[in-house]
Design a protein around this ligand. Sequence first.
Ligand SMILES: [Zn+2]
Length: 93
Amino acid sequence: MPTIDKHAKISLERTGKDYQSIHEWIDDPEKKAERHDITKIYEYGKIIEKEYGKEGLEEYIRHLHDDVKAKFEHIQHDLEKAIAETLAYFGVK
Ligand SMILES: [Zn+2]
């Protein structure tokens, strides 16, 4: 998944603001799992919107989106590698 700095860079390119504190809050190592829980978007989203406005809310959701995308691309890569290795093991071409 993208690093905090990478998320901040993406926000900066998209909005002109890096929203570093939002990305640090989401990726806080102690609370990382609950802050990436999409069932909490409504609850956390209200808090973030109150403090950072609509654009901050969008950057919070975008962070989750970018993490999901990166994670599944990684899973896909690992799966394709495992399939290729298994087919090669059995001599399947
Ligand atoms: Zn994250």
